[in-house]
Design a binder for this molecule. Structure first.
Ligand SMILES: Nc1ncnc2c1ncn2[C@@H]1O[C@H](COP(=O)(O)OP(=O)(O)OP(=O)(O)O)[C@@H](O)[C@H]1O
Length: 281
């Protein structure tokens, strides 16, 4: 079963093509990383999959929904509750407490008046505190979110997923504001909150790839360069992807050699790694 099925995709801005993909399928439960230079189209791809950007051409099916087709409000709400996003910009409500921002993740699980009034049952509040503890924010639940550091807000967005229980997680540089130790921890937390959900993560630090993904998609100048199991993505391939002809950007950490020696955490059984070409779902 494909969680994502993309065909003949083009995203254009005027005459410029920002992203072009003939075919990309991602099986339910797969963990996929997207790598590439600044401006390669990584966030654009995530935004298309998240329904935040309408492509110029092509079809995009996500969790069984054809994103180009209109859908009733209720169905749209249900679909959105199944897609968890950790995006740059964080999507946190500044004036709410850390705990309340985590609880927002559970809104899709509440019905009727509870959802509208944001009156959360005690069990959910306890779950929110569990989530805060999971990401190292125990004791910070009552603090206003705009008083938290950038890294703490980043952790909060992962804690929110714990309550949301999405079927698909779209994470755009989830470790961007984190120190190196916290970045590795965040990859583990994402694995814990995912509970087997399909996971697509944009990442700039190659050392984190084995922690985040079983499959890596390399983009360059809006086009697919490779789509490989993580174990096959070596330093030569990454060097070629980031070489100066491709905007002159390179990953900032000298960690390529650690790729082959790092073992991914085997927390959840995962389907075998796919390729961009779509096999029957
Ligand atoms: N709204 C827009 N209108 C026109 N061009 C855009 C728009 N949004 C993004 N772009 C361009 O599309 C290209 C791809 O952008 P995108 O944000 O997907 O890159 P990225 O790979 O995520 O980069 P980064 O690693 O810097 O986050 C860039 O050249 C960017 O300038």
């Amino acid at each position: 079963m494909h969680a994502i099925d993309i065909r003949d995709l083009a995203v254009k801005a005027g005459a410029r093509t920002l992203l072009r993909l003939d075919e990309l399928c991602i099986t339910a439960g797969e963990r996929v990383a997207i790598v590439g230079h600044n401006g390669a189209g990584k966030s654009t791809l995530l935004r298309v999959i998240g329904g935040l950007l309408t492509p110029t051409e092509g079809t995009v099916h996500v969790l069984g929904r054809d994103l180009q087709q209109p859908v009733p409000d209720l169905a749209l709400r249900v679909w959105r509750s199944q897609v968890g996003q950790v995006m740059q910009g964080l999507h946190m409500v500044a004036r709410l407490s850390a705990r309340e921002n985590v609880l927002i993740g559970a809104l899709g699980r509440l019905s009727g008046w509870r959802s509208w009034s944001r009156l959360y049952p005690a069990a959910l509040v306890a779950e929110a505190d569990e989530a805060l503890a999971l990401v190292g924010l125990q004791g910070k639940g009552d603090i206003r979110t705009d008083r938290l550091s950038g890294g703490e807000r980043q952790k909060l967005s992962i804690a929110r997923l714990y309550l949301q229980r999405p079927r698909l997680i779209l994470a755009d540089e989830p470790t961007a504001n984190l120190d190196p130790a916290a970045a590795a921890d965040a990859c583990q937390w994402l694995g814990s909150v995912a509970r087997g959900a399909t996971q697509i993560t944009v990442v700039h630090q190659p050392a984190l790839l084995p922690l985040l993904a079983d499959r890596v998609i390399g983009l360059r100048e809006g086009a697919l360069v490779f789509d490989l199991p993580t174990a096959d993505v070596d330093s030569a391939r990454l060097d070629a992807l980031y070489e100066p002809g491709a905007q002159g950007n390179r990953p900032t950490l000298d960690v390529f050699s650690r790729l082959s020696s790092s073992a991914p955490p085997a927390t959840t059984r995962r389907p075998s790694v796919g390729t961009a070409a779509c096999q029957p779902g």
